[in-house]
Structures are given as structure tokens and as C-alpha cells.
Design a protein around this ligand. Structure first.
Ligand SMILES: Nc1ncnc2c1ncn2[C@@H]1O[C@H](COP(=O)(O)OP(=O)(O)OP(=O)(O)O)[C@@H](O)[C@H]1O
Length: 306
């Protein structure tokens, strides 16, 4: 199957180094989440892979060939970069038919992707009357049109309603299950956690991580448990004696840092304290991501005095 290979890729815009010596491979059969702070170089990398910009140095290829060398590229690579790209005065159906005609794709396929993206009922409307979420769906329809083995989607959930967010999550997972190569950039950490198997993280144009999601979470977060008992004060003292730090939450529970449920349950039982609730706190992608990118954030808001 087809993978995306980025090798020593660098892109300068004047004095701005948008991408800085990047090397990574996006493998088929899984969804790769493409993360990084604003301005980290994600869109630039995607544009370089798609041959929309020329690298200053290095290379990007799809299935071992540069994008420009792929005959009828829509059959190989589907991309959503900017949902505003469609011509506003055309209907969605006409837009997709025009794209399809360049690749000898039958109108039947246009009808299929309109159905698949939930646009069938509004396909006769001019694109300029579309909402952001509808345009986004149209961009995804265009990406799927040629039934490509590789998909690059820049923030596909942008503007989608809750039903649309569930739909895109399931679509991405299915595309990966079918053996396709799926690279998806996003700033939505909960969303990315729900579909990505693998992560590539950029900061200031450089590669910060290229790792399976599970390993990323395990290496960047530490265990925490939440416990509610009949004698919170005494349990707290016992936990402190064992070297754990605790903080109370708003509902009379203790949050115990660095502890597993196996540390807390037996300790409470041994002291005769009844445990009313005991649960491991799930490590979140947001925590792990913020921890990794803390030094690579370029644009930080300054809190204003009220
Ligand atoms: N056409 C261009 N001309 C000049 N500078 C550019 C151009 N495109 C991107 N840049 C700069 O390159 C850097 C990387 O931008 P890019 O859009 O790739 O980041 P990103 O990770 O996609 O960010 P975001 O999450 O905000 O979409 C930024 O500093 C940006 O200002």
C-alpha cells in the first residue's frame, strides 16, 4: 500500500522557516493525527506533499513518487486543505462533476460521495449559500471522489455539527480499516484521541514526536486516581505518609497524583476506611500534548485584567 514519505523537508518563506528538516513516514492502515501549535508548519507540510509549493530543501513523496509525477492524482491522493476552495457560483454537484470529468470519474461516483457526505439533498444549491460545515462536507466529498489510497485532511471537523463530528470520526476510522493512508491535522485533542492510532507532532517547523498514540500517552502522562471514602482526612494523611501528593476536588474526593488504584484500595482497607468510590483518571491527549509542546508555542495570549 501507499505511504507518504517526508525526507529532510525544509521550506522557507523569506526569513520565516516554516518547515525545518522534517523526516517522517505516514503509514497505511491507520489514522495519523498531525498536531502542533498555530504556525508549526502542518499546512505547509501538506501543501509540499501535494506539490502546491516547492520545498527549499528535501523531498516529499506519495508511494515513492513526488505528487507531480502521479498520473490522475485524484485516484491516488484525496486532500482537503481549504474548504473555501470551491467556486461559489457553482452548485455542489456541478463542482464535483467538473472535478470528476478531469479524471474520467463517472457521475455515479459524484452521486455516491454526495450521499456519503450527507449533501445529496442540497447538491443543487450554489456553494456560496453553504454554511462552513456544508463546505467542509463538500471538501471531504471532493477528497473521496477518486477513491484514493491516501487522504490528507487539514482540520476536517472544522465547522461540523455534533452529528458531523461523529460522522467524520467513523469515516476516518473506516478509511484506515480499508487499508488507506490517512493524515489528519487538528487542534481538537478529544477528537484526535477518538480516531488517531498514531501521532506526528510538529513545533516551530520541527518534528517533536512520531509515535503510536498509546505510547505517547503513556510516556507523557502519569497515573492519577480519584477516591472518595468515609474518612478523607485520615486517608489523606496515610497517602502523604507513603509519599503521594493529594488534592481535594469539589465533590469531597481526593485526587492522588502518581498513584494507581492498587496503591490506594489496599491502604484504605488496611486502615479500616470504607472506600465509596475509587477510579483511575484517564490520561488525556490534551495533557500529553501540552506537556510536549510547552516550549514550542509561538503565539500565547496575555491574560487581561478585568
Ligand atoms: N505563503 C506563505 N507566505 C509566508 N509565510 C507563510 C506562508 N505560508 C505559511 N507561512 C508561515 O509558515 C509558518 C507555518 O505555517 P503553517 O500554516 O504551515 O502552520 P500550521 O501548523 O498549519 O498552523 P495552524 O495550526 O495555525 O493552521 C507560519 O509562520 C506561517 O506564517
Amino acid at each position: 500500500m501507499t505511504s507518504i514519505a517526508v525526507r529532510d523537508l525544509t521550506k522557507d518563506y523569506g526569513s520565516v522557516r516554516a518547515v525545518d528538516g522534517l523526516t517522517f513516514t505516514v503509514e497505511p492502515g491507520r489514522v495519523t493525527g498531525f498536531l502542533g501549535p498555530n504556525g508549526a508548519g502542518k499546512s505547509t507540510t501538506m501543501r509540499l506533499v501535494l506539490g502546491l509549493d516547492r520545498p527549499t530543501a528535501g523531498s516529499a513523496s506519495v508511494g515513492g513518487r513526488p505528487y507531480a509525477a502521479l498520473g490522475e492524482p485524484l485516484h491516488h491522493v484525496g486532500a482537503l486543505l481549504d474548504a473555501r476552495a470551491a467556486h461559489g457560483s457553482r452548485t455542489a454537484r456541478a463542482h464535483l462533476r467538473a472535478l470528476a470529468a478531469t479524471h474520467r470519474i463517472p457521475d455515479r461516483r459524484v452521486a455516491e460521495v454526495l450521499e456519503q457526505t450527507g449533501l445529496a439533498d442540497v447538491a443543487g444549491r450554489r456553494v456560496r449559500t453553504y454554511s462552513l460545515g456544508m463546505r467542509q462536507r463538500l471538501g471531504i466529498a471532493a477528497a473521496l471522489l477518486g477513491d484514493p489510497g491516501v487522504l490528507l485532511l487539514d482540520e476536517p471537523a472544522n465547522g461540523l455539527d455534533p452529528e458531523g463530528i461523529i460522522w467524520i470520526r467513523e469515516l476516518l476510522r473506516r478509511l484506515a480499516r480499508e487499508g488507506r493512508t490517512v493524515l489528519v491535522s487538528s487542534h481538537l485533542m478529544n477528537e484526535t484521541a477518538s480516531y488517531a492510532d498514531h501521532l506526528v507532532v510538529l513545533g516551530r517547523g520541527r518534528l517533536l514526536a512520531d509515535t503510536p498514540m498509546k505510547e505517547f500517552l503513556a510516556s507523557r502522562t502519569h497515573p492519577r486516581v480519584r477516591v472518595r471514602s468515609t474518612d478523607g482526612e485520615r486517608l489523606r494523611g496515610l497517602l502523604h505518609d507513603r509519599g503521594f501528593t493529594t488534592q481535594p476536588d469539589a465533590d469531597d474526593r481526593l485526587i492522588v497524583d502518581g498513584a494507581r488504584v492498587e496503591d490506594v484500595g489496599p491502604l484504605a482497607a488496611g486502615a479500616g476506611i470504607a472506600v465509596l468510590e475509587l477510579a483511575a483518571e484517564e490520561a488525556t491527549l490534551e495533557q500529553a500534548y501540552l506537556d510536549l509542546t510547552a516550549g514550542a508555542v509561538q503565539f500565547t495570549a496575555t491574560p487581561q485584567e478585568a
